[in-house]
Every structure is written in structure tokens, then in C-alpha cells.
Design a protein around this ligand. Sequence first.
Ligand code: ZN
Length: 140
Amino acid sequence: MAANVLIDVEVLYYLSRDELPLHRYLHTYLGGSVVGLIAGLIMWGVVLIVVRWMPAGSRWKTRLSQTPKTRLLNQSLLAGLIGGVSHVFLDSLMHDDMHPFWPFTTGNTLAGIISVPALHIGLGLLGLFAMILWLLLREP
Ligand SMILES: [Zn+2]
């Protein structure tokens, strides 16, 4: 989630300056990966700070304190990387001003391959399916 917000700060910046294109370096697989890893690192730090403020004996605090910090770091980095790469992929389906494979090549052959309403409906259904799966598989 943090990776997605950080990547779209680029769009907000260029929107506020009324400069096109809106999707530039952070909306590439290279930029999205770097920002995703940075987001993962930031969120790892946030988790380590937040766990200190949790009430003693809380289930989250107990579980987090039993998990090695390097494992938490690896999970945070992987989550950030997945967030960054998936952001670039999903945006590349609907924004023709992107160059997802920059600096290796320019252009975006995926733009328009699926309609925006179909993409939104598909993502909504995917989110609904993920929530149901999470509810079914979560620990009590
Ligand atoms: Zn975006």
C-alpha cells in the first residue's frame, strides 16, 4: 500500500504543475521496484516502532516480538516490491503515457489492451475474492 501511494506522488506532483506526461520514472518497472523496496524499508521501520507502543501481552506484539527482525525486513521488502511492480503493471494497462520498460525501451504496448471499466470490475472482483479467501484462511 505504501509503495502504491509513493509511486502516485509522481502523478500528483505533475498534476499540480499541470505538466504532461503524468507518468514518468516512478511508473517504470525500474522506478517502481526501487520505490517499492524503499516503501518496504520504511514500513519495516514503522512496524518496529509501532510494536513498541502496543500494549504488553497483545497478540500482535507477542507475534511480532517472536518473529526475527530480518524475517520482518525480508517480508516488508518483498511486499514493497510486489506493490511497486504490480502498480506499474496495472497502470500500464490503462495509461498510454507510460514507458514501463524504460530505460531499456520506450512505449507501452499494453495500454488499452483491456477497457478501463473492465479493468476496474476485474480488480473489484479480485479484491472481493481475496477478502473472502482471507476470511476463510485467517487464524482465529
Ligand atoms: Zn500510478
